[in-house]
Design a protein around this ligand. Structure first.
Ligand code: C5P
Length: 296
């Protein structure tokens, strides 16, 4: 059996620059993988099937399933694959879970089907699946631009401890809705992202003042009690609350594991919020042959 981890990301900085003619938005963002991960397992099969630890996510609507079909079609693979997805990354949270799963599926199936296709070709297929899927082929620290599909790898940012907090706020069709709320007055120049990138290139972790996110401007209009939750969390964590992607996950960056742990414990007592203590790092999907302790 082949097994492959699908690491989540945070957006250390994200600027939406404007609206494009194709309906998408032009953005620049620094993405960073963290060690919260799903796992995709793949075994030979007659056709492509996907089971999932969360029953409602099994089947052909899942982006991981669509990734498998796209790879098979593009490489003219006539064999199938039995896929099992173990979810840990929360869904529609701004952590890129679905995109990470799709990218890890491409990497796992490249090994299972012994395909001669390199990462840059996988990235092209990934871009057909969703704007931020290509980033997850290489993970680590990267600048993403265009609609999110153009990936420029950066030197790995120094490792940090992050506390992720997901308030239980739901929004149907979240990403499209959040983009739809943006108007020209929200658009930014991307200068903060450029500054953050310079610092990363110089071997430093970017300073707090460069870690902003355009969606912070519209989040209070859609997520109930947003401002209150954000203030409360910042006070409890003793650090500025940063927003990942289109939200609603907020995160806090610490350079000391002790401070991160205290913040994690302070935040974890609040019912209704899911909290994780993770490390940032050069995490990427690597397919490995494993013992078949499989769910298949
Ligand atoms: O590419 P993906 O399927 O992840 O995008 C979901 C939706 O988010 C798009 O249909 C679009 O409405 C919006 N979007 C956008 N600009 C981007 C990425 C996504 O407007 N750069």
């Amino acid at each position: 059996m082949i097994s492959c981890r699908a690491y989540a990301k945070v957006n250390l900085a994200l600027a939406v620059l404007g609206k494009r003619d194709d309906g998408y938005h032009e953005l620049c963002s620094i993405m960073q993988t963290v060690d919260l991960y799903d796992e995709i397992q793949a075994q030979a099969g007659n056709r492509i099937t996907l089971q999932c630890s969360i029953r409602s996510l099994a089947g052909s609507d899942n982006l991981a399933y669509r990734a498998a079909c796209l790879l098979a079609e593009s490489q003219r693979v006539s064999r199938g694959a039995r896929l099992y997805l173990r979810k840990n990354i929360p869904i529609a949270a701004g952590l890129g879970g679905g995109s990470a799963d799709a990218a890890a599926t491409l990497v796992a199936l490249r090994m299972l089907w012994q395909l001669k296709i390199d990462d840059s070709e996988l990235r092209l297929l990934a871009a057909e699946l969703g704007s931020d899927v290509p980033f997850f082929i290489g993970g680590g620290t990267a600048l993403v631009s265009g609609r999110g599909e153009q990936v420029t790898p950066l030197p790995a940012a120094p490792m940090r401890w992050l506390v992720l907090v997901k308030p239980k706020l739901r929004l149907a069709n979240k990403t499209a809705t959040m983009y739809g709320l943006l108007s020209p007055r929200h658009f930014e120049t991307g200068e903060g992202v450029a500054r953050a990138m310079e610092q990363i290139r110089g071997g430093e972790f970017p300073a707090d003042e460069h870690l902003s996110n355009t969606f912070m401007q519209v989040a209070p209009h859609v997520f109930p009690n947003w401002a209150k939750i954000r203030r409360l969390l910042s006070d409890l964590a003793g650090r500025p609350a940063l927003l990942s992607g289109a939200g609603p996950t907020l995160f806090f960056v610490f350079d000391s594991p002790q401070l991160a742990r205290s913040a994690y414990e302070a935040l974890n007592i609040v019912a209704d919020w899911e909290v994780w203590l993770v490390r940032s790092g050069n995490w990427r999907p690597l397919a490995v042959l494993t013992d078949p302790h499989s769910h298949l």
